[in-house]
Structures are given as structure tokens and as C-alpha cells.
Ligand binder design. Structure first.
Ligand SMILES: [Mg+2]
Length: 281
């Protein structure tokens, strides 16, 4: 399914409804980063990537996506379901015992669309580099996309990966950093400041791009531009500015909704701001 700009925005509204409903129903989970990254994931799965929801782990001939900040599983599961990987009714099992939709994605449950466990932060870039190198070995010209939190960059493994990829000319890789300026304990610049990420990635040898991750038109334009920069010897990183909690006014712009479930009154207030477009699960 490929959607145009207007339908992508309508899908993003539906996915945001799924996120708040899923987290409300189990009174657990991470709505803030999920809401902030909705536009990016909807753009990837409904427009940008060539992918097959019948799903096989190798994904040869397909674009691949790796979610590194696995705690934003609500948006990932919703987008996978709505793009055909499994029935959307399964979203109601989120975080329940024996569900395939665990709080943090793992491969153990066999949920179609999940290629790596990502509860422990900081590992996704390394995995994606391995997958990108495998594509080169297989003469597979499709691309590898990723998403990482900004707070997650405090994990040292990221910088080992960031050093490895340009040195080894992993130029079929497009990493996105969710620069929302927030993490679980507060603003990133209060917890452990990231300073100038453009300069840092550039110094490591990456092609660095920027986009507003909550403007669908810009998301499409910048990712398409990023694709034109692949195959030129450098990995690409997109510093994606988003607002944590985007789309629900009382959740926006604060770390307080990083990992907190809404109560019934808050759920109703959130749903009143998010149009039901493709039908609730
Ligand atoms: Mg963050």
C-alpha cells in the first residue's frame, strides 16, 4: 500500500489513536516518543520503503527498518499492523501475558516485521550496519533505515558503530535520530548533553541531514533526498527534530509522558484531538 501526502497524514492520526488506546488499555508503555515518531514511521512504511508484509527474516530485495529505541513499540506495532504484517485486532494484546506484542520488541515471539530485539538501548545502529553490509555481499541494492532516540546516543556502542560505518563505506544506510531533546529523566541537555550532533556525526565521516519529523511533506522530501545521497561512500544520518507527545496537546514537549499511561479522562481528551480515519482496532 502506497499512500499520498494527505492519506499519510490521515494514517498518522489513526496510528496516534492506536498508540494512546494501546497504552491506556494496559496502563503501561511509552506514548511520548511514539507520538513524536509517528510521521516518520508512517512515511517509511506507507510510502518510502519497498517491503513485503508477508515477511521473511532475511528481507533480500527489500528495504529494511530497524527500531533501536524499542520502547516506542506502540507506534512500531501500529504501523506494522496497519501496513499488513498482522491483523490490527492483535494491537489490543499489547503488553499482555503471552502476547506477541511485548513492551519491547523481541524476535522470540515471532511477530512479523520485527527483525531485532531492542529493549536494551544503543544497539540498533550496529545491527543495521551488519544488515547493510550483508546487502552489499548479496548484491542487493535496497536500503537499510533505522530510528534511534537522542537520549539513546549516550550509549557508547553508538559511537563505535558511528566510527565503523563511514570507514567501511556503508553507504546503503539511512539512520534517523529522534531529536526531541527529551529522555526518561528529563531534557537531554540536563541529563547528559549531546552538544552539536551535526558536528559530531560529520567529524565521524557521515553525510548529515536535518528535517522536521512532524511535517509529513518535509519528511517525504528529505528522505527522498537522502536516498539520492546513498551509494556515494558515506552513511547518512538525518537529525530529525520532533516533539515528544506530538498530536496530544497536554503530552507535547515534556519528558513527563515518556513512559506514562493516560487515565480515562486523559484518554478521552487525547482521542478528541485525533481524528479516527482508518477505523480503530
Ligand atoms: Mg529523546
Amino acid at each position: 500500500m502506497t499512500l499520498d501526502n494527505d492519506d499519510l497524514k490521515r494514517m498518522a492520526s489513526q496510528v496516534r489513536r492506536d498508540i494512546v488506546r494501546m497504552v491506556y488499555e494496559c496502563q503501561s508503555g511509552h506514548p511520548g516518543g511514539s507520538l513524536g515518531c509517528t510521521d516518520y514511521l508512517v512515511a517509511l512504511y506507507f510510502n518510502i520503503m519497498k517491503h513485503d508484509p508477508s515477511f521473511n527474516m532475511d528481507g533480500i530485495g527489500e528495504d529494511l527498518f530497524f527500531l533501536s529505541n524499542g520502547h516506542i513499540s506502540p507506534v512500531f506495532y501500529s504501523v506494522l499492523a496497519r501496513s499488513g504484517y498482522f491483523d490490527k485486532s492483535e494491537l489490543k494484546t499489547f503488553r499482555k501475558l503471552n502476547s506477541r506484542l511485548q513492551g519491547h520488541p523481541t524476535t522470540h515471539e515471532g511477530l512479523p516485521g520485527v527483525r531485532v530485539a531492542s529493549g536494551s538501548l544503543g544497539q540498533g545502529m550496529s545491527v543495521a550496519i551488519g544488515a547493510a553490509l550483508a546487502k552489499k555481499l548479496n548484491n542487493d541494492d535496497r536500503l537499510v533505515f533505522t530510528l534511534h532516540g537522542d537520549g539513546e546516543l549516550q550509549e557508547g556502542q553508538n559511537w563505535e558503530a558511528a566510527m565503523f560505518a563511514p570507514f567501511n563505506k556503508v553507504d546503503n544506510l539511512i539512520c534517523a535520530i529522534d531529536v526531541n531533546g527529551q529522555q526518561i529523566d528529563g531534557p537531554t541537555d540536563k541529563v547528559l548533553g549531546l552538544l552539536d550532533l551535526h558536528q559530531k556525526f560529520s567529524a565521524f565521516g557521515w553525510e548529515v541531514m536535518h528535517m522536521d519529523g512532524n511535517e509529513m511533506d518535509e519528511v517525504l522530501r528529505v528522505i527522498e533526498l537522502a536516498k539520492t545521497k546513498t551509494g556515494q561512500g558515506k552513511p547518512i544520518v538525518i537529525l530529525m527534530k520532533t516533539e515528544m507527545g506530538k498530536g496530544v496537546d497536554f503530552m507535547e514537549g515534556s519528558h513527563k509522558w515518556h513512559g506514562v499511561a493516560p487515565n480515562k479522562e486523559q484518554l478521552d481528551a487525547a482521542l478528541a484531538q485525533l481524528e479516527e480515519t482508518y477505523g480503530d482496532y
